[in-house]
Design a protein. Structure first.
Length: 71
């Protein structure tokens, strides 16, 4: 169980929770909009989730930049 007495574990849990939400949203809604090659590649998407959870700030930034460019 996480407590406030271990701020590193709490920080990592928060980072992972935000990354998981970002990863699921990106794989469901964002990847098709920014990469035409990913359309229909549903078997590969779960393999991307660990990397997205770890690098979620970069994923959000690239998603924002590329979605503006494709409009």
């Amino acid at each position: 169980m996480l407590s406030l007495s271990d701020p590193v574990a709490l920080g990592l849990a928060i980072w992972a929770a935000i990354g998981l939400v970002t990863g699921v949203a990106f794989l469901l809604y964002g990847i098709d909009r920014i990469d035409e090659a990913a359309e229909g590649a549903y078997a590969v998407r779960p393999l991307l989730l660990p990397g997205i959870v770890l690098l979620w700030p970069l994923v959000l930034w690239r998603w924002r930049v590329l979605s503006k460019r494709s409009r």
